[in-house]
Ligand binder design. Structure first.
Ligand SMILES: Cc1cc2nc3c(=O)[nH]c(=O)nc-3n(C[C@H](O)[C@H](O)[C@H](O)COP(=O)(O)O)c2cc1C
Length: 145
């Protein structure tokens, strides 16, 4: 069964650009192995992530991610069964804001400024889907390597 899961969290205070790159690279490599796709947005100390894949992979991974000390206050926004992936092209696209311009450009991600609309991450499931769809379709054209 194919599941799409979206959560938001607060990054560990003082998380560095290098640590952010490490998270993205680790996620990319592991997600490719496990046939997971999605997107990780970092904005102003907060994460928003969408993960897609088999239920048997997604649910245990989410439990692991919840325990990860690099972030806290993890809130599950949505978890639903899907027919088709919305992020089929991306192992894990990383989207960061200007504050992290110095992020390793080799990290598997895409680096652009976020729209003001993303500054409030207390989103409803619908808003989260809309925001993620906006990124997927419009702002982030490069495929993660
Ligand atoms: C914000 C954030 C997003 C993450 N996203 C993923 C992901 O998409 N895929 C993944 O395998 N690990 C991801 N991780 C890392 C996991 O929490 C965990 O460290 C990783 O699965 C390796 O765990 P292990 O080395 O203990 O097996 C993420 C961590 C953070 C903090």
């Amino acid at each position: 069964m194919l599941i799409q899961l979206i959560y938001a969290s607060s990054a560990h205070p003082g998380l560095s650009a290098a640590e952010l790159s490490a998270i993205a690279n680790q996620a990319c490599a592991r997600n490719r192995q496990q046939d997971l796709t999605g997107m990780l947005v970092y904005h102003d100390g907060a994460f928003l992530q969408v993960l897609e894949g088999d239920k048997l992979v997604i649910d245990p991974l989410y439990k692991q991610i919840e325990q990860d000390p690099r972030h806290s206050h993890i809130r599950l926004i949505a978890r639903r069964e899907i027919e088709d992936r919305e992020f089929a092209d991306w192992d894990m696209a990383l989207v960061v804001t200007r504050a992290f311009d110095q992020t390793d450009p080799e990290a598997c991600g895409i680096f652009r400024d976020l729209d003001e609309a993303m500054s409030d991450l207390s989103l409803t499931p619908d808003q989260a889907h809309q925001a993620l769809a906006m990124f997927r379709q419009g702002l982030w054209r490069q495929k993660a390597s």
